[in-house]
Design a protein around this ligand. Structure first.
Ligand SMILES: O=C(O)[C@H](CS(=O)(=O)O)OP(=O)(O)O
Length: 258
């Protein structure tokens, strides 16, 4: 039983379809990662090994880490940039084979940096699904100038195309920083009008909002509810985010219903 158990409502346990938390692993050592899971794995659904960090670590260390996360019912997957690098090098099949042999069952497919047309991205999602992977796709560009060219209507269309192609969920790009990109302005505040359009048009149980900053997490929880799907959470913020979901922090105390 948890400490002060009587002071917090329970949240739906894993596996869950809503209230998903995706955490960004930028290359943590296994001891640190295991420590973190021992205290907070109940609050984590996915771990993303950020961008191209994986090729810098030994295969056996990566395999051990994937296994360790899985033993806590946390699904680890490589960042979309690594997939884009494989695409750029014409090594997609090798990428799938290596991912499978390392133990990955989920992959991210994105076109945030490398130019991949929507139709081709959808074909790649279909191919990856046929290879037996669960696919999380991502919509948005990493360069703010290119990202700004996407209207809210474009984003809706792109999300729908990815879901139709077989993605189980779609990440809304916000990078590790969470400002000046997607629905966020230069200060990391949500651009309400754009966000409202996405909120009305998209199935919320299939969207993961990248929300690395606390003010963003609070915004989504107050606006959509404690069971909103959130991503790019820094590892040290896992417990803090869960307190916000449950009304255990001033920002949401008395304002959330589980
Ligand atoms: O898309 C993302 O949020 C991440 C992190 S960042 O954009 O490099 O800051 O990229 P990914 O390649 O999916 O890990």
């Amino acid at each position: 039983m948890n400490a002060f158990d009587f002071l917090t409502p329970p949240r739906r346990g894993k596996p869950r379809k809503n209230g998903i938390t995706m955490v960004l692993d930028k290359g943590m050592g296994i001891k640190t990662a295991r420590d973190l899971m021992e205290i907070s794995s109940d609050y984590v659904d996915f771990i993303k090994f950020g961008w191209g960090t994986l090729p810098l670590h030994r295969r056996d260390a990566v395999m051990e880490k994937i296994e360790m996360y899985r033993s806590f019912d946390v699904e680890a997957y490589p960042g979309g940039t690594l997939f884009e690098i494989a695409y750029l090098n014409d090594k997609i099949q090798e990428y799938f084979d290596e991912a499978r042999s390392l133990g990955f069952e989920t992959l991210e497919i994105s076109n945030g940096t490398v130019e991949i047309e929507t139709d081709e991205k959808c074909e790649l999602i279909e191919k990856a699904v046929n290879e037996g992977f669960q696919i999380i796709s991502e919509v948005g560009k990493k360069d703010p100038v290119r990202d700004r060219l996407l209207s809210p209507e474009d984003r809706v269309e792109l999300v729908r195309a990815d879901l139709k192609a077989g993605a189980c969920m779609v990440l809304m790009e916000a990078r590790e920083s969470g400002h000046n990109i997607g629905i966020y302005d230069e200060n990391g505040n949500v651009k309400e009008e754009e966000f409202n359009h996405l909120l009305n048009e998209l199935p919320q149980d299939r969207i993961i909002w990248e929300a690395p900053q606390k003010n963003q997490q609070v915004y989504f929880i107050l606006k959509i509810g404690p069971d909103v799907n959130l991503g790019n959470i820094p590892p040290e913020e896992i417990t803090a985010l869960e307190t916000i979901r449950r009304g255990l922090r001033g920002d949401t105390l008395g304002k959330v219903n589980l």
